[in-house]
Design a protein around this ligand. Structure first.
Ligand SMILES: Nc1nc(=O)c2c([nH]1)NC[C@@H]1CN(c3ccc(C(=O)N[C@@H](CCC(=O)O)C(=O)O)cc3)C=[N+]21
Length: 284
């Protein structure tokens, strides 16, 4: 058996064309959604990601608001840019590209953001709303994973989902998302303190590997027919190495390639959060 591919690149392209239609409808009402990015320092990887986000915006008709600060920027400098974007009516939502350069404290910056402009869905208020079941921006990678599964008809309702990794961007927040009534999955959150990871993995209908450990999920740990999502991004000689061993493709029912799987979906969901925020504000 060879797994079906959860093609994130193609799915993200389909979502972007749907979003482009919603942006056109907003523009017809006189509303132009705008995504802001705050990039501090000159890390080439961060710059590459931020540029990608603006390219995505151009594709669907979202306006781009780019703010750049040198690596020597002070905490006050960064916080002033955040205040400025909070007050800017052209900015529907924005992200502060993480990590910030050494010496800058990220939490006070994130807490200063207007939660209604949180494009990442990772503001304390957004995570609180998610936990409480209040509408608001949702974390992009978990949302991308749900969309990727839905659009490939992988059953989430009632599924046993095993998540590996407790980071905020994926592991911690996807449990909150998948256990909502609308998703209705059973979620086990595994991490470095888990005693027998293999025993958990072998019971899973859906595995979300987000530990950042190359090839952590082995073929013998996967139940035949399971859906496996590879979120891990490690690098070896410039190439991405995921958390899922290539041999898993022979056992799984579905597998997300990496690159070309969860990454493009994360980017598409950032755009989705901007369009939804603009629609909420316009009362659509
Ligand atoms: N405030 C904030 N929000 C973020 O969402 C955020 C961040 N900071 N800091 C860095 C990480 C990383 N991240 C990725 C998004 C898309 C791909 C992506 O599309 N990757 C491509 C290929 C990448 C390649 O080839 O290097 C793929 O998977 O096919 C990857 C990584 C968002 N991040």
């Amino acid at each position: 058996m060879t797994a079906q591919i959860l093609d994130g690149k193609a799915t993200a392209a389909a979502i972007k064309s749907e979003l482009a239609a919603r942006v056109a409808a907003l523009k017809a009402k006189g509303v132009t959604p705008g995504l802001g990015t705050v990039l501090v320092g000159d890390d080439p990887g961060s710059r590459w990601y931020v540029n990608g986000k603006h390219k995505d915006c151009a594709e669907v008709g979202i306006a781009s608001i780019q703010r750049e600060l040198p690596a020597t920027a002070t905490q006050e400098d960064v916080e002033n840019v955040v205040r400025e974007l909070n007050a800017d009516p052209a900015c529907t939502g924005y992200i502060v590209q993480l990590p910030l350069p050494k010496g800058l404290d990220q939490n006070p910056v994130l807490e200063l953001m207007d939660p209604d402009k949180d494009a990442d869905g990772l503001h304390p208020t957004s995570l609180g709303r998610l936990a409480l079941g209040i509408e608001g921006p949702l974390p992009c990678t978990p949302l991308g994973i749900v969309e990727l599964l839905r659009r490939h008809d992988v059953e989430i309702d009632g599924a046993e989902v095993v998540v590996v990794g407790r980071g905020i961007t994926v592991g911690r927040s996807i449990g909150l998302l998948l256990t909502r009534r609308s998703e209705n999955a059973t979620v086990t959150l595994c991490h470095t303190g888990t005693r027998d990871l293999g025993a958990h993995l072998r019971k899973a209908d859906i595995i979300v590997a987000a530990a950042g450990v190359p090839h952590l999920v082995k073929p013998e740990d996967v139940k035949p027919g399971a859906a496996v999502l590879d979120v891990g991004v490690s690098r070896s000689e410039g190439k991405i190495v995921g958390d899922v061993h290539p041999g898993v493709a022979e056992v799984a029912g579905w597998i997300s390639p990496n690159p070309g799987g969860v990454g493009p979906m994360t980017r598409a969901m950032l755009l989705n959060n901007i369009v939804e925020a603009a629609e909420r504000r316009a009362g659509v």
